[in-house]
Design a protein around this ligand. Sequence first.
Ligand SMILES: [Zn+2]
Length: 185
Amino acid sequence: MDWRRKRQIRNLADGILVQNVLHRPPIELIPAIMKQRGIVFEERNEDDEEFCGVYMVVKQVKIIFVNTNLRTSRKHFTIAHELGHHYLGHPLQNGAIICDSDSVFGKNKPEQEKEADYFAACFLMPENLVKQKRTEFFNHFPKQTTLFLEDQQLEQQHQLKRYLSDYFQVSMEAMGYRLDELKLV
Ligand SMILES: [Zn+2]
């Protein structure tokens, strides 16, 4: 994925989020977006722990399934990832794109899986809202609570990640990755 493609995907996610006038955590907009796009959404109880989700089209009905057994933060990321396949118009194989934990969370994944992940990150943690919440955090975090500045900074980074991952309802890992990418740590 080169920078042009990244920019396209970022702009797409921002465009979809224009409707977020109340600045809610984007995950909360998903039910309305699914409805708007005519997507049927369902959680499925799958024993296979590797199975994350699927985007499929059956007789012109668009469907997203997600494995109900995933922990919440992973589930959220997977839902946004499947939405990415939908918005990016990725080609289906036999009517579906099936995503396992390797394709959503693993390394060395196919390009369209990387794109869906990038969409999910841009959608769930949009730059402007991340910056806004980060400023909010620093306005409230006590200036110095430990003797050594270095410890203080480490602790602060950790608290920041926790604060933001709670707000955006994503994993600390996904949040850390996003902050790195936005050069905010
Ligand atoms: Zn996928």
